[in-house]
Each structure stands twice: as C-alpha cells, then as structure tokens.
Design a protein around this ligand. Sequence first.
Ligand SMILES: Nc1nc2c(c(=O)[nH]1)N[C@@H](CN(C=O)c1ccc(C(=O)N[C@@H](CCC(=O)O)C(=O)O)cc1)CN2
Ligand code: GAR
Length: 215
Amino acid sequence: MKVAVLISGRGSNLRSLLEVAAQPGYPAEIVTVIANRPGAGGLDHAAAFGVSHQTIDHKDFPDRTAFETALTAALKAAGAEMICLAGFMRVLSSGFVRQWQDRIINIHPSLLPLFPGLDTHARALAAGVKLHGCSVHFVNEAVDGGAIIGQAAVPVLGGDDPDKLAARVLKAEHRLYPYCLRLLAEGRIRLIAGRVAIEADPDPGHSLLNPAPPA
Ligand SMILES: Nc1nc2c(c(=O)[nH]1)N[C@@H](CN(C=O)c1ccc(C(=O)N[C@@H](CCC(=O)O)C(=O)O)cc1)CN2
Ligand SMILES: NCC(=O)N[C@@H]1O[C@H](COP(=O)([O-])[O-])[C@@H](O)[C@H]1O
C-alpha cells in the first residue's frame, strides 16, 4: 500500500512508521512525507530513510481549499493510496475528507471519544482518569470523530505532569500506529455501519500493543 505521511513537527510517529516500513514484508510503503510547517523535524527522518519529502506551508495559501488543492496535487504525484496524519495540526475540510473517504487515518493522544482536540494530557490529568492512552482512527469531517481502528492504554501515575504523561503515551503511539497501518494494508479492516471490524486479527489480545508491565 502506497502511503503518504503528513506532519507538522518533530515526527517521532513518522519515524516509527519509516522504521517498520523499511522491514522486509511490511505491507505498506511510505512514498512521500509532506509538512505544513517549514523546518518540521520529521523532514530529517524522511531524508534519513531516502523518502521523498517536501513542505507545503498552509501560510502560503489564501485559504484551506487552496492549501488542500496543492496537497492533493502532491499526493497524487506521489501515487499515494492512503494518508497517515502524524502530528499534523491542520483541520482538513469536508471536501478534502470526502475526496479521500476512508483513506485518511490519524493518531490522537487520548482514548477517544475522551478528550478530542488539543491539550489531551493536561485535560486527562485534570479529569483524574487513571487510564489514558492513544487512538488510531479514520479521519472524517468531525475532528477526532472518525471510526476507531486501534487503541493503547497507559496508566496515569502519581506525580505525573502533562509532559511525563505525554512521554508515556508517545511510547504506546509508536507501537500502535505501525500495528494499525499493518492491519489496514493487509486488508483486515472493515468499516461496518461506521464502526471498525478487524478481520482475522493476528493478535486479538493486543499483547503486541500492551506488553505486560515490568514486574
Ligand atoms: N477533518 C479532520 N481533520 C483533522 C482531524 C480529524 O479528525 N478530522 N484530526 C486532526 C488531528 N488533530 C487531533 O488529533 C487536530 C489537529 C489540529 C487541530 C486544530 O485545532 N488546528 C487548528 C490550527 C492549529 C495550528 O495550525 O497549530 C486549525 O486547523 O485551525 C485540532 C485537532 C488533523 N485534522
Ligand atoms: N491532535 C493531533 C495530535 O495532538 N497529535 C499528537 O501530536 C504528537 C506528534 O508527535 P510527533 O510529531 O513526534 O509524531 C503525537 O503525540 C500525536 O498523537
């Protein structure tokens, strides 16, 4: 499966996708990386893996539609069949989402439907939840409202602040995203009545995602 990754910053999720996609037998290929912010750190990861990469700065365009028209042209030129949002911080218009219906996924740093949007870790701490985590979901018009493909949970520990919690969640993100993209690229994901069904799930207990905590 030919995959494009859209980023806005550091790119650690992009790196985890590049690493697994470089492994023989992984069913997806990262064909291009596009950043909407000049100097996004993730572009260096793309260069390090020899993957085509470019910046399309949303600030260079009069509006979202013009920005997204340039985005679509670059995606089509790269032959992208699927789009992975990895720390991509622009809300995509309904027109763009419809054009790429069921072919855009995103990683979000919370256990959706809890805490959609921004500042998820501070909000989780403020809410006093004891479990937090991340979700990979299809992207639709509703921000963070698309069908959930996979989730990974982490404990909220005493003394946690948003940065400590974010770091624990990020480790889980780096396992969850390659796992979910694999399921998608192997054709195991079915969207039925707006919900995801995983066919012949190789790891129903998700032990891959949630290895037993250290003794
Ligand atoms: N149509 C959709 N677009 C996007 C989704 C989605 O589910 N549907 N997910 C987001 C990712 N995301 C949360 O996971 C998110 C990203 C950005 C924002 C946001 O409010 N962005 C502001 C600008 C912020 C900036 O440029 O720094 C905006 O776009 O005006 C909310 C949620 C990706 N897009
Ligand atoms: N709303 C989208 C959002 O908040 N995404 C989050 O941004 C970070 C990007 O890190 P990265 O650039 O190192 O992959 C990740 O934690 C991702 O879940």
